[in-house]
Structures are given as C-alpha cells and as structure tokens.
Write a protein that binds this ligand. Structure first.
Ligand SMILES: [Zn+2]
Length: 498
C-alpha cells in the first residue's frame, strides 16, 4: 500500500508519541498539579462512586475488650511473610488521599462476642509467647479443595468440618485456581486463623481457637480515580497506548468503543491521535483494574470520533456520540480480532496484499493463522464449508439486504452451519490460507442486494439515537464529559510546558 507517502520524512521527526499521564482534576484542584517535570502529575479525585458506602466496620463489637489485646497481629509480625499477608504496605499507596480502608486490627484474636463473658473466656496474656505462628500463603492450584489444602498443612479434617458448620463460611467451598488462602498455624499444628479474599472488596477472616471460630469480613470500598491519557500513534496503537501509560486492557476497550467506525486492522495510520479520560479502580491502596472509559476521542486519518459513556435510568451503560447516537452499529468495520494483529503489527512494516483470487472484490486482512474471525453483524449462516478458490468459507445473511463472506479460513468454528443464528462479534472461524491463497489472511466480502461493495467505504445503516426520555440527561452529561476531556487536555499540555 502507499501509506508511507502520506508521511513525509519531516513529519516523522515531529510525530513523536506524546506520552503523558495526567491525573485529571477539577479546575479548583489545579494548584495540586505540582509534581516535578517529567513525572506523572497525580491529582486524585476520590469520586466515591463505588458501592454505596456500606459501613466498613459492620462487625467488631466496639466494646473495649482489652483482655484480648495481647493476641494481636503483632503475634505474627516477626514472620515477614505474615506481615505481607496483612494489609499492603503504605508505600504502595502512591497517593496520600487514598481513603484508608479499615483493616481489622486483630484478625487473630478471639474476641468474645458477649463482652460479659470476656473475663472468663479471655485467655491469659501469657498465651502469646508460647507459640510460634506460621503463616502459609497458599496459591490455589487446579484440583485443590479446602480439604486437600488443610490436609497439606497438617490440620485435622475435623477442624475443617467444624469450621464449615459456621455460618458465612460458604465462600470457602468455592475457592478457585489462582486465588490465595492464607493459613495461620501454630508450630504444633493447630489452626489459628485463615484469610481469603472473596473478591477485591471482601476478605473473609477466620480466627480460631480450640475449634471455636469467629468469622469476620474486611470490607474495602472501591475507589474510583479519574485518569487521563493521550498519545500520537507512531508505530502501533498498542505501543502508543503503552507510552501514554494505558494498560493493554484499556487500549482494547478503546478500540472496541470505536470498532464500528474505525477499522483498527487496516485504517490506523502514523499520526493518528487519541485521548481518553477513564477510571482506575483502587482497593485498599492497590490498583485492581482500569476502566471503564468515561469519554474518549480518536482522530483517524483526519476524521474525529468521540464517544461518551452513559448509564441510562435502567442502569445500562453504553457509548454514544456527543449528539446522542449510539456508537454501536449494525456492522463492525473489521471482522476479526484486530488486537491479534495490532499488537504485533508495525505500521512501518505493513504486509503485502495476499489474495490471489482473480477480480478481487473483497478486503484482505493479513493475520496469523488461528486469529478469531468475527461475524461483522447479526444474521443467519447461509453457507459454511469448502468453496473452490475461497477454501473454507462462511457466508452470513443479514436481513434481506446484506450478506458477508469470510474466506480462506483454517477452520470453521464447530456449530456454525446453515440456518444458525449469529450475533455480531461472535467467532465463526479462524484465519488460515485454504483455497487459492499465498499466506494466512482473511478475505472478507460485503454484499448489498447481492452486489459486491467496498466494506471499507460503504455507508452503513444509521446508528440508533439515545432513547427520548434519556435525551435531556444525556445532553447535560455529554457536555460535562466533553468539557472534562478538554480540561484534562489543557492540564496535560500545561504540565508539559513547565
Ligand atoms: Zn482477498
């Protein structure tokens, strides 16, 4: 193709990916943007959009039960592993304004539920030094059950049975591979405690003594922090995203948002730019994930696309243009998992066209064999099988007017046969080089009333507008988000020139 010509050499020196992560802040917080040049500016705005702020301290009778105090976490502190099993160290918390989440101070202590019995049941203070407690951070392997884990650490099965009789222990029976169960055991093999993160916001804490158990929860609220990133694409979308400090997952989210308008497999060019305002989710001073994207803009070959996330009164979240048209459309631009291409794909080393079918009337996507091929729109399978030069091919009918064809597949996904209903984005097969083809690629055809059309330039059916009853609320929201995006961009520019 001729793309290189679009970019005179002079531009190459100018097109340097701007990679700035700026934590976006409302204007009255501008003063806080004061970190040193070159380092990310951090201004966190706790938005408290998480779970309705459920009290984080639903348990732990507030009655002063000093008698139990000796058996605190400090018991296990000499073991460095034990310490890391507790709350993450403050150093990981990059911002001081992360609302400290309540950490139960004494996860291992047995606090009598009824304070009146405290004097009787509270163990003598001399209990502490007599036992060395070992903390085992057990990563759940495939095939592990709580039974096998307890067995492995020499805890009697009876203890487990007794424990599981307690209310609130059900989550322990649903542990999954890759999760962590933290066990605390005395040197003589007695089980004294357990911690298990049911999810990032809820940790089950069991304290045990003499086969009596106390079940607690540490509840952490998700904190949402607004972040801003922008970049100019130099060699690839993913590289540009990386330089802007955006995670792979976030770049995929960005590409998916615009996947109805932009062909991310073929249309991305050097000099394309994007900017995005998004949420980071933090729990207990640790980032657990990125997203969702709140508002984003992508400028592709001079065309500007903007999308704003909006949650309607029924609680459904979708992306719309500033004018209130759905980003979702009847057909995807690229009918394959472009992230498999884009992530390895360098714009400066574009593949040659691979088709060999004479009188070529489709679009070719060079992609590794096995790359999932997606139905570009909802429809019904019309044909699935071998067809001469096309090799293995799937044809989908979309209503009366449109049909799409996917050729040279290495494999047709099982269950894809004529008459089968298909959803947009559903995998129907995998890239290959069957039929007359010189290398792995997807040959894609788009037909309107049986006539071949260029899938890349054809005007597709109009997108749905936002529901009437949502229109006013959306317009206000949309304006606000576009303003926020501008403010963040200004702040980012400001921070660059200082
Ligand atoms: Zn072709």
């Amino acid at each position: 193709m001729k793309n290189p010509r679009r970019f005179p050499r002079l531009h190459l020196t100018l097109i340097i990916a701007i990679a700035i992560i700026v934590v976006f802040s409302l204007p009255d917080d501008i003063d806080d943007v004061s970190s040193p040049k070159g380092s990310p500016k951090i201004v966190d705005i706790p938005l408290n959009l998480g779970k309705p702020s459920t009290p984080t301290t639903q348990l732990a009778p507030a009655t002063p039960d000093a008698p139990a105090a000796p058996k605190t976490v400090e018991t296990v502190e000499p073991d460095p592993k034990a310490q890391s099993a507790e709350a993450p160290k403050p150093a990981e918390t990059q911002a001081a304004d992360v609302t400290p989440v309540k950490v139960i101070e004494k996860p291992l202590s047995i606090e009598p539920q009824d304070p009146t019995t405290a004097p009787v049941t509270a163990p003598p203070v001399t209990w502490e030094p007599e036992y060395n407690i070992t903390t085992h951070e057990h990563k759940v392997q495939s095939g592990d059950t709580l039974t096998s884990i307890f067995k492995r650490y020499g805890i009697p099965q009876k203890t487990l049975f007794n424990l599981l009789d307690y209310k609130g222990t059900k989550p322990l029976t649903r542990i999954k591979t890759g999760e962590e169960v933290i066990l605390q055991i005395t040197e003589d093999g007695r089980f004294v405690g357990l911690r298990y993160a049911i999810d990032p916001t809820d940790t089950l804490v069991v304290s045990a003594e003499d086969d009596k158990f106390k079940i607690d929860h540490e509840i952490h609220t998700i904190e949402y922090k607004k972040r801003f990133g922008q970049a100019t694409i130099d060699s690839s979308l993913f590289l540009a995203g990386e330089k802007a400090g955006l995670s792979h997952a976030l770049i995929m989210e960005l590409a998916n948002m615009f996947g109805w308008d932009i062909d991310f497999a073929l249309d991305i060019r050097e000099g394309d730019t994007f900017r995005v305002l998004y949420h980071e989710q933090w729990v207990n001073g640790r980032k657990i994930k990125d997203g969702p994207i709140l508002v984003a803009e992508f400028i592709n070959q001079g065309d500007t696309f903007q999308a704003i996330r909006y949650t309607d009164s029924d609680g459904n979240s979708n992306y719309y243009t500033p004018e209130g048209l759905s980003m979702r459309k009847a057909f995807l631009r690229a009918p394959l998992n472009f992230t498999r291409i884009s992530s390895h794909f360098n714009l400066k080393r574009r593949h040659p066209v691979l088709h060999t079918i004479r009188a070529h009337r489709g679009t070719d996507y060079a992609a590794p064999t096995g790359t999932p091929v997606w139905a570009s729109g909802d429809g019904k399978v019309k044909f699935a099988g071998w067809n001469g030069g096309y090799g293995k091919v799937v044809v989908i009918q979309h209503g009366q007017k449109y049909s799409t064809k996917y050729a040279h597949l290495s494999r047709i996904k099982s269950g894809i046969r004529p008459g089968k209903k298909i959803r947009q984005g559903q995998t129907i097969g995998y890239v290959g080089t069957t039929g007359r083809s010189t290398g792995p690629h997807l040959h894609y055809e788009f037909l309107v009333n049986g006539v071949h059309r260029n899938s890349r330039t054809i005007k597709l059916p109009q997108a749905e507008p936002i529901a009437k009853k949502e229109k006013d609320a959306y317009t206000r929201h949309s304006k606000k988000m576009m303003q926020d995006l501008e403010t963040a961009t200004r702040l980012a520019a400001h921070s660059n020139y200082e």
